[in-house]
Design a protein around this ligand. Structure first.
Ligand SMILES: [Zn+2]
Length: 75
């Protein structure tokens, strides 16, 4: 089972960086995660929850990068 984008994790704002966000669990920046489950740390609560639910990590491509930027543009 796969999802196109893994961007429904809780995010928190990085101090001193206006448009930077990171995963509230593993503290990896959203630009590093890039919409991918494997972008989170193996110990990330969000990643573990989805992996336990049967989701697989999927690889990068350009369309997902664009979608993630759109999703981030809500502030
Ligand atoms: Zn995470």
């Amino acid at each position: 089972m796969k999802k196109l984008y893994y961007i429904d994790f809780p995010q928190e704002h990085l101090e001193n960086q206006l448009h930077s966000y990171r995963c509230a669990y593993c503290k990896v920046e959203t630009t590093t995660i890039n919409g991918n489950l494997e972008g989170h740390l193996p110990t990330c609560e969000y990643r573990l929850k989805l992996e336990n639910a049967g989701y697989d990590a999927i690889s990068n491509d350009a369309s997902k990068t664009l979608a993630l930027h759109d999703a981030d543009d809500f502030d």
